[in-house]
Design a protein around this ligand. Structure first.
Ligand code: BGC
Length: 844
């Protein structure tokens, strides 16, 4: 682990600390060699993903990259691909800090492979509402689980010489009006819930960078944009917690010069441009910003450079590249949660499987990562069919979609269908046009991903032309998904157009990721060609550069959803193993918007109900990041939750079904049975732009414990493939800093397995009708510690759970400090927040 910052008296005896003192002395020297312009230049990005180098002081350019599901890279290498990890919520579903450390090391290795110094992850915001678009990027609805898992990721990443970036500081828990809303969070809730994972990562782990969020925060002391929040950035983060790293703005989040510079922000990203540069130099010259404020920021940037090895003079030895071949597969399998498994049917006997019906929109097209800036380009994704076929070479695996659940048609098959209208060459013709419509440049390509980037200033639009061959008789739907001003012609007729010019907001609101557009219907009687012509606006998106965006989409004539469901039901009736994979997709779960419903998209609920009617043993797999309602849950015998599993999707699915790896996941959030019971059902700010965190500390399962509503599956739930008996709990150590519990559990099931022993705490006045006068309104119970243990069938094992002092503490809003209200605290130990098996107490 990276040591936590220590005081100067402690440092003088440690060699590591001596090195740090040397580094600090060098930083002072380098700072002294820079003039004001030279210093300020280091405080805004050179590009979207790079900081400026400064050769005279031996500083190379540092690179940053998103994000939480892998390391995408800086985009400087054409065709760059990355390992695609299971999403953060899948990692936290393992409740396994050792796996988190292994993933942190893999992050570091991937970052170094891509020449990246700082990964813009982890996202330690909380899953405040299940509809949050970036839910999958976060770890949990609980601050302690979030802290423990993310803390291990950060420590291992930084031990590998790569900086972590804690984001998004703070109260950035939803996407609706994401760059504008003012989160109003009371002081105690902020401290106990939303700041807690940041505090852990800064004080206990020593994170090197923090990202200031888009939103504004009213913490009772100050209502200000997160990039200018003097109280949170300077008083709390830097002074109280001793954060000595860099506070970087979220991309294009900084609006004002002196306010953000004085407010505690250190680095404006992306660049070039933005409100610092010359304007910051001028603000210093005019006295609105003191030069010492700039010096402090430069020191922090140089300190980061020392840490990642970007300063020639202080660069550490290069690290050997680390790999972990098996981790992604193991992790995706281990994270899988057995939500329901009547009579312990899992794992299945491979020898008994001859005919597999693999059904569902997400079996047809697995959803392996969410939408938005977290996206990485994987070299290869193992589909569910590929995984099952590899594991069951003797079986016949039939894949049926059972109805489309996507909003948009698939991308046009450019290679198979498109030709240049002029030469007949395969592909699309892409031309750049000036304002008068004159062609500036033109090329034919089969390799177009719907983005035309780095357009010259003179370009006003991009023209995309193609002759598309349609052979299949019936209704073809052809569309264009784009943003800004545009026209779309089919056979010389304008079928759709957009008249609203767009700017950088389309990147910020993520509408470029899954752009909308109504399709045109083309009727085909005999094979024919259609001529497509799309003009797309050159979008000048500040530091994101100039680009045009257009996705050509094409849906073939085909079966209706009813017909597809009928076909799936028929196949299910014939198979000896039926696996139905349902879920969300990147049009649903993404940065940029929150969901408007918890229902599965499309007709997936009908599909599952109909399949279960003919194949009651069907295994239902939910491939989603955030909770969805499962109205058929009680009728399904086996239900698995597989998250966004990353590139090893199909292999991991085969492993858990067929007995290679235990699906040992436990839900890091609550799965609702009814939308009406959800404590925070939406995240829409009021008309005044204020997002009230009115549930206070009762976020997630704490809200469910308060209302006693019955969820479909509670926080911490997960059955694994064996059974556990809880035998005994004893307090084995008690100090001011912690209480250590020993929990004995026996594996009473048929095979070796993993148990997640969960310890919840109840406050001294729990059970009273209302808290006594002046007593804080504490949650009914809250997670205080946990441990993951393994045992063979029949074996007993002891889980050691450390409950830190902070678990007992509450934030005193009068004294503005942590206090432990005295009294007897009850530990409740069990398998989930509602499956509590043992209890013991301690006096504090
Ligand atoms: C997101 C950040 C991300 C950044 C760079 C922003 O829009 O909120 O999470 O790191 O873009 O892609």
């Amino acid at each position: 682990m990276t040591p936590r910052p220590t005081s100067s008296t402690e440092t003088s005896v440690l060699p590591e600390a001596t090195a740090r003192l040397d580094a600090e002395a060098s930083i002072e020297q380098l700072l002294g060699a820079l003039d004001l312009e030279g210093k300020v230049r280091l405080l805004t990005g050179e590009t979207s993903w790079r900081l400026f180098a400064h050769e005279q002081i031996g500083l190379r350019s540092m690179a940053v990259s998103d994000g939480p599901v892998g390391v995408r890279g800086t985009g400087e290498v054409p065709g760059e691909t990355s390992l695609l990890f299971p999403s953060p919520s899948a990692l936290s579903a393992t409740w396994d800090t050792a796996l988190a450390s292994r993933l942190g090391s893999l992050f570091a290795a991937e970052a170094r492979r891509h020449g990246v110094d700082v990964v813009l992850a982890p996202q330690v915001n909380l899953q405040r509402t299940p509809v949050a678009g970036r839910h999958y990027e976060c770890y949990s609805e609980d601050p302690l689980l979030t802290s423990a898992i993310s803390g291990h990721v950060i420590a291992a990443m930084q031990d590998g010489g790569v900086g972590a970036c804690l984001k998004h500081f703070v109260a950035n828990d939803s996407e609706t009006q994401r760059t504008e809303y003012l989160a109003h969070v009371d002081e105690r809730t902020l401290r106990e819930v939303y700041l807690a994972p940041f505090e852990h990562a800064v004080r206990e782990v020593g994170a090197w960078t923090v990202m200031a969020a888009y939103n504004q925060v009213d913490d009772g002391v100050l209502a200000a944009p997160a990039t200018e929040h003097t109280h949170l950035l300077r008083d709390v983060l830097k002074e109280e917690w001793g954060f000595d790293g860099v506070v970087v703005s979220d991309w294009l989040a900084t609006r004002r010069t002196a306010e953000s510079a004085n407010g505690g922000l250190d680095l404006v990203m992306p660049g070039p441009g933005g409100p610092w540069e010359d304007r910051l130099v001028a603000a210093v010259r005019s006295g609105r910003v003191d030069e010492s404020v700039v010096d402090d920021k430069v020191r922090r940037v140089l300190r980061l450079a020392v840490r990642v090895g970007a300063l020639a003079e202080l660069a550490p030895e290069p690290m050997p590249p680390a790999t972990d071949e098996t981790l992604l597969r193991e992790l995706a399998a281990r994270a899988t949660v057995v939500v329901h498994d009547e009579n312990h049917r899992l794992p299945l006997d491979p020898a008994a499987v001859r005919r597999v019906a693999l059904i569902g929109p997400n079996a047809f097209e697995a959803f392996v990562q969410g939408g938005g800036s977290a996206h990485v380009n994987a070299a290869h994704v193992v589909s569910p069919a590929e995984g099952l076929r590899a594991a069951l070479p003797h079986a016949e695996v039939t894949v049926l979609r059972g109805g489309d659940a996507r909003r948009h048609a698939p991308d046009l098959d450019i290679v198979g269908r498109a030709r240049d209208p002029r030469t007949g060459e395969p592909g699309l013709r892409i031309s750049t046009l000036d304002a008068a419509g004159t062609v500036l440049a033109s090329r034919v390509t089969t390799d177009w991903d719907g983005w035309e980037r780095e357009l010259p200033d003179v370009a006003a639009a991009v023209l995309v032309e193609a002759t598309v061959h349609l052979a299949e008789p019936g209704e073809h739907r052809i569309g264009l998904g784009t943003v800004g001003t545009w026209t779309f012609e089919v056979d010389g007729v304008t079928v759709a157009r957009g008249d609203r010019p767009a700017g950088a907001e389309v990147v910020l609101d993520s509408s470029v990721n899954s752009p909308d557009g109504e399709p045109a219907v083309v009727l085909v009687a005999a094979p024919r060609d259609v001529e497509l012509r799309a003009t797309l606006q050159n979008i000048r998106a500040q530091a994101y550069g100039s680009f045009a965006r257009g996705v050509l989409r094409h849906a073939l004539p085909g079966l209706s959803v009813d017909d597809e469901i009928d076909a799936a039901v028929e196949a299910a009736a014939q198979a000896d193993l039926v696996v139905v994979v349902v879920g969300t997709n990147d049009e649903v779960e993404s940065e940029g918007w929150d969901r408007t419903s918890l229902a599965l998209p499309g007709r997936q609920d009908d599909l599952v109900a109909r399949v279960l009617a003919v194949a009651p043993d069907a295994v239902v797999v939910v491939n989603a990041g955030a909770p969805v309602l499962l109205p058929w849950l009680e009728t399904a015998r086996t239900v698995l939750w597989t998250w966004f599993p990353g590139e090893e999707c199909g292999n991991a699915l085969a492993d858990v079904l067929l007995g290679v790896t235990e699906p040992a996941g436990r839900l890091p959030w609550t799965l609702p049975a009814r939308e009406a019971d959800v404590p925070v059902p939406h995240a829409r700010p009021g008309a005044d732009g204020v997002l009230e965190y009115s549930e206070g500390v009762h976020v997630g399962y704490r809200g469910w414990e308060l209302s006693r509503a019955r969820p479909a599956a509670e926080f911490g739930h997960g059955l694994g493939w064996t059974s556990w008996q809880y035998e005994d709990v004893t307090v084995v150590e008690e100090t001011a800093e912690h209480v250590v519990l020993a929990v004995d559990v026996t594996n009473v099931g048929p095979r070796r397995g993993t148990e997640v022993v969960q310890v919840y705490l109840e406050a001294p006045d729990a059970g009273a009708e209302a808290p006594g006068p002046g007593a804080p309104d504490r949650p009914v119970r809250w997670l205080a510690g946990f441990a993951t243990v393994q045992a063979d069938a029949g074996d007993r094992v002891t889980a050691t759970v450390r409950v830190a002092r902070r678990a007992f503490e509450t934030w005193d809003v009068t004294a503005h400090r942590w206090v432990t209200p005295p009294g007897t605290y009850l530990f409740r130990v069990g398998r989930s927040v509602r499956d509590l098996r043992l209890a013991t107490a301690t006096d504090r």
